[in-house]
Design a protein around this ligand. Structure first.
Ligand SMILES: [Zn+2]
Length: 350
């Protein structure tokens, strides 16, 4: 029997090959080969993944999350052809097509989910997006793809969207964009301290958005058991209570034990478990909608294996194995701090 398009086993893949045309002038960890590695991983887990029909984003769709001044300044920079926006955020002649293509693919993936063509979608985007704030490019990121996806889902009529950012770096850009928005829950698990230096447990959102930001800063060397405890004690209860009509995973794979830019200890299979838990929540809420969007991750083998495992987790949530290992004392302490802060905002944790 062919898998039906409306079952989790069917994956919609949003991939714009122009993402490979964004190239740093010298060696840079955020390199085009990452995209090919991620694509191999997705196709290994889901060989029959259906390609999402892509379109370009409109300016208005970008302005839902970015300031007009940011878009204008970015376009002016990109017209210069090759250079750096900050110490590590480069651009090349192909960057405009890559960045706008990634944003368009994010929007197209959301359309596929909202129109019911699939329940699970994967966005293979370069450059990544989660450090791009409302008004600036930074941290290898030009446009915030996950935020553009979430805002598009809201514009398409979904009442609430949860973004779960498991990239090892804090998703400061996404937090900045939705900090005052009660309809988008932003949660980030990240190594602390580490670039970009934000994401403390007491950053919980402002004004109407107070309580819609959930930061889980974790000490270096945190393992799968730590992430599992963070999920089970804090992240999953809050996400489920928030009852999003879509879950967007800002899926960096740089908390992997092989990653050269950080010091966490996740194994590839741990990503399968995390993806499975989020898929399980989406299924329990009755819609099953999950978008997994590539962010960072700088070891090619780790990216390929981890995204393959993540896709398997989305396809068959019941089959994922719980992460192994001990919860270190400093990790347990970090989780207690987060719980104490969030308990004031989320009675479900009491
Ligand atoms: Zn990262």
């Amino acid at each position: 029997m062919q898998p039906d398009a409306h079952t989790p086993s069917s994956i919609a893949l949003a991939f714009d090959p122009r993402g490979e045309s964004h190239v740093a002038p010298g060696f840079h960890p955020e390199r085009p080969e990452r995209l090919a590695a991620a694509r191999r991983g997705v196709l290994d887990a889901a060989p029959t993944a259906t390609a999402v029909a892509l379109r370009e984003p409109t300016l208005d769709e970008l302005l839902r999350v970015h300031a007009a001044q940011h878009i204008e300044r970015l376009e002016r920079s990109l017209e210069r052809g090759q250079g750096f926006i900050d110490g590590d955020t480069f651009f090349s002649p192909g960057s405009r097509a890559a960045a706008w293509g990634a944003a368009g693919a994010a929007i197209s993936a959301i359309d596929a989910l909202v129109d019911g063509h699939a329940q699970r979608a994967v966005l293979l985007a370069r450059p990544p997006g989660h450090h791009a704030t409302r008004d600036r490019a930074m941290g290898f990121c030009l446009l915030n793809n996950a935020a553009i996806a979430a805002a598009h889902a809201r514009a398409r009529g979904l009442a609430r969207v949860a973004i779960v950012d498991w990239d090892v770096h804090h998703g400061n850009g996404t937090q900045d964009i939705f900090d005052r928005d009660p309809t988008v829950l932003f949660t980030s698990l990240h190594q602390w301290p580490l670039y970009p230096g934000t994401g403390r447990a007491d950053e919980v959102g402002h004004d109407d958005g107070r309580g819609s930001v959930l930061n889980v800063p974790l000490p270096a060397d945190s393992n799968g058991a730590t992430y599992a405890a963070a999920f089970e004690r804090i992240v999953l209860p809050i996400v489920e209570d928030f009852a999003p009509e879509l879950i967007v995973i800002s899926a960096g794979f740089d908390a992997h034990e092989r990653d050269p830019l950080s010091s966490m200890r996740l194994a590839s299979a741990d990503y399968r478990w995390m993806a499975a838990q989020l898929a399980r929540v989406a299924d329990k809420l009755g819609h099953g909608r999950v978008l997994l969007a590539l962010e960072g991750g700088y070891d090619l083998r780790a990216i390929e294996q981890s995204i393959a495992e993540s896709v398997r987790g989305l396809q068959s949530p019941a089959d994922a194995r719980h992460p192994q290992g001990e919860l270190a004392r400093d990790s347990a302490d970090a989780l207690r701090v987060v719980t104490k802060v969030q308990r004031e905002l989320w009675p479900v944790l009491r």
